[in-house]
Design a protein around this ligand. Sequence first.
Ligand SMILES: NS(=O)(=O)c1ccc(Cc2ccc([N+](=O)[O-])cc2)cc1
Ligand SMILES: [Zn+2]
Length: 259
Amino acid sequence: YPWGYDSDNGPDQWHKNYPIAKGRHQSPIEINNKEVHYDRSLLPWFASYDPGAAKTILNNGKTCRIVFDDSFDRSVLRGGPLPGVYRLRQLHFHWGSSDDHGSEHVVNGVRYAGELHLLHWNPKYSNYLDAVRRTDGIAVLAIFLQVGKTPKPEMKRILEEINAIKTKGKEAPFPNFDPSILFPKSHDYWTYHGSFTTPPCEECITWIILREPIIVSSDQMAKLRSLSKNAENEPDLPLVDNWRPTQPRYFRMANSLFM
Ligand SMILES: NS(=O)(=O)c1ccc(Cc2ccc([N+](=O)[O-])cc2)cc1
Ligand SMILES: [Zn+2]
C-alpha cells in the first residue's frame, strides 16, 4: 500500500516499509538560532543554471515537480558546504491546507506556508540512484514560502501551469526556466546532514536552507492547494499537507557566516 500523508499511510507509518525513517539523521528538523553554531569554514554557494535544461512540470500525486536535463553538468550548484558541483535534477514543493503551516523545516518555532526544494546530485557517482546511497550523494537547496502582500512575480509562471497538471499523472512541457529567479536576495543559509523527507528517507542529503523566505500571495498558495492527489477519473482529493513533521535531532546544526 503506497506511502502518503494520511493517517493510515503517513509519516508515523513510513518506518514499517522504510526502517531508516527512524534513523539518526532524518529530515526535516527544527532550526533554533540558539542551537546553531557558526562554521567559519563555510563558503558562499553559487547556482549556475541553464534555462534550456528545464523540461516538464508534473503532478505525481504527492507534489508538483519540475524536472531538468541532468545528463551532463548543465545546471549546477556549488560552493557552500559542497565538495564540488552537484547537478540540478528536479524541484518540488511542500505546502499546507492553510497559510499558517506547510513547511517541513521549522525556524525558531515558525512554520511557513510552504517550502521549495531544489534537488541536486553528485556527478562523481554514475547516476542519481547510485548517489542516493551515498552520504555526499545529494544536495537540496530549501527555500521557505511566506505569504505576503507583494508576491514574487517569478512564481507566476509555475502557478499558471498548475491548471494543466490538476490530477495525478498529468504532465506538461515546461521549457526555458531558470529556477534561480525564485531565489531571495540574501544567500545566507543553514546547513546540516539529513535525509529525504519522504520515503525512501535515505540519509544522503546535504541540506542548504536559506534563511530568507520568498514571498508568495495567499491566492498563489490556494493555487497549489487546487492540485488533486487523485487521477483524473477518480473522486477529487485535494493535494494538501504533503509535509513531514520535524524529526529528532541527534547532532548540531552548522550556520554560514554572512555572505
Ligand atoms: N523532499 S526531498 O527530501 O527533497 C525529496 C526529494 C526527492 C524525492 C524523490 C526520490 C526519488 C527516488 C529516490 N530514490 O530512488 O532513492 C529518492 C527520492 C523525495 C524527497
Ligand atoms: Zn521536498
